[in-house]
Design a protein around this ligand. Structure first.
Ligand code: PFF
Length: 452
């Protein structure tokens, strides 16, 4: 890429390129690591049900809202808001998004680093004898509490992310996602089939898919909503930024629909691997938290002929899926500094990358590396606050901004430029103006009781 191209904002090569890049942002550790974790901690199937409703009713609404704002203004979140409502406090949405993006990037990269570590472990055959959950528990604890290893892998992940972002939108983001996402999809289906065939998997299936409504409460709804925003990359302006690279003739509605659908499918499939395996090979509780998938996946690889190869492929793809998400997390602040502060892409990527690394250190050391950080569960707190609360708050502000400041009519005009027959128009209008904001406000209102 030459200097001129770098200084231009760039556009996706095609509609499919956008869908793949946006799905690349959406699909990541949120689906494969975080989804099973929160399902396990929040009562299983009932959470899954609330989650699917949250995606359909609120996630899709906010996704389309962000894409419309982004494409209309062709700007980063701060610039976009400023363009629609100049010099108003609403641009706080953009700043909040930038802060949230950097904070999520910091702990997300720690877990992506674990995936990188596990890739190396699998290649070197560390899981060959890992037939019981005690063995995989010990491997995880030893690994995640080793400060040198976790920090090294954190640095590798942020380094790769910074490098790709410094290369720009098309040169970097598009190239990665085109081939690798479909392979991930096929592998996950294969592993789900294998897990379902394990003797004793039935209990896991009912935990995961047979709702027990007595477990439904405010916490479940808060985490389901937060998970929907996290998994779909909403509430911090990622989709405003990605939307700003879409051409006017593309259909925003179907693009948003495809991203929501593929993201949800991958999350559901990830659960179909984890829970049957977990119940078929006892020893690990569904509530195991951030180590859950790292303790469970090796169990299934140890039971497949050629498990090393499948394990290697899986952790490679998990790492790639994570990196297509970390690049979108970094792209939000970088787009801001490039557009609004005239920084070069390289400088912005490098400085924000370095800052995120420093911010990631306490998270990296909070899984056994440093006692105090472990005790206060630093990473868990970051994950809860920025991954749930802050995204939900951002999504609320985006709905209010679109519904009452920019105006639904204008947003519908933007949507119509690629899709003249938007059948869900009344439903979307209702959701963006009333349903989504009210649901988020209620949940945020109860947060203190829930968190306490
Ligand atoms: N959606 C990503 C995932 O599920 O892994 C994480 C993420 C990326 C969240 C970008 C928020 C974001 F803006």
């Amino acid at each position: 890429m030459n200097a001129k191209e770098l200084s231009e904002r760039g556009k996706w090569g095609s509609k499919i390129a956008f869908i793949l890049a946006a799905s690349g942002s959406a699909i990541g550790l949120g689906n494969i690591w975080r989804f099973p974790m929160v399902v396990g901690q929040n009562g299983g199937a009932v959470f899954v049900l609330v989650y699917v409703l949250a995606v359909a009713l609120i996630g899709f609404t906010v996704m389309l809202a962000e894409l419309a704002i982004g494409r209309h203004t062709q700007k980063n979140p701060v610039g976009a808001i400023n363009r629609i409502k100049p010099r108003s406090p609403w641009k706080f949405i953009g700043y909040l998004g930038i802060l949230t993006g950097i904070c999520i990037l910091s702990f997300y990269s720690v877990v992506a680093g674990w995936a990188a570590g596990y890739l190396i472990k699998t290649v070197s055959g560390a899981f060959r004898g890992a037939v019981s959950s005690q063995v995989t528990e010990k491997i995880f604890t030893d690994f995640s509490s080793n400060p040198f290893q976790v920090l090294l892998f954190l640095m590798v992940v942020i380094g790769i992310t910074t490098y790709i972002i410094s290369k720009g939108v098309k040169g970097g983001i598009e190239r990665w996602t085109k081939v690798l996402m479909p392979i991930l999809f096929i592998l996950i289906i294969f592993l789900a089939i294998r897990a379902l065939a394990l003797p004793g998997s039935g209990k896991g299936i009912s935990f995961y898919l047979k709702p027990d409504f007595s477990k439904l409460n405010g916490t479940v709804i808060l985490f389901a909503l937060g998970q929907a925003f996290f998994s779909l990359s909403l509430g911090m302006g990622t989709m405003i930024t990605y939307g700003s690279y879409i051409t006017k003739s593309d259909n925003l509605v179907s693009s948003a629909g495809w991203v929501c659908l593929s993201d949800t499918l991958i999350a559901i499939l990830a659960g179909l691997i984890i829970f049957p395996t977990l119940f078929a090979i006892p020893g690990i509780a569904p509530t195991a938290g951030s180590g859950l998938i790292f303790k469970v996946f090796p169990l299934i690889f140890s039971r497949i002929p050629g498990g090393d190869i499948f394990g290697t492929l899986f952790f490679t793809l998990l790492l790639v899926a994570a990196i297509t998400s970390t690049i979108s997390l970094l792209e939000v602040p970088v787009a801001y500094f490039v557009d609004e502060r005239n920084w070069s892409r390289k400088k912005a990527a490098f400085l924000i990358g370095a800052f995120s690394f420093l911010l990631g250190i306490p998270s990296a050391l909070s899984s056994g590396g440093v006692k105090l950080l472990t005790k206060i569960d630093f990473m868990g707190k970051m994950n809860f606050f920025f991954g749930n609360v802050s995204l939900a708050f951002g999504a609320l502000l985006i709905c209010l901004f679109l519904g009452y400041v920019w105006g639904v009519k204008k947003a519908l005009g933007e949507i119509a430029s690629g899709n003249t027959r938007f059948r869900l128009r009344p439903l979307w209008t209702f959701s963006v103006k009333y349903l989504s904001p009210i649901a988020i406000i209620i949940i945020l209102f109860f947060i203190r009781t829930i968190a306490g």
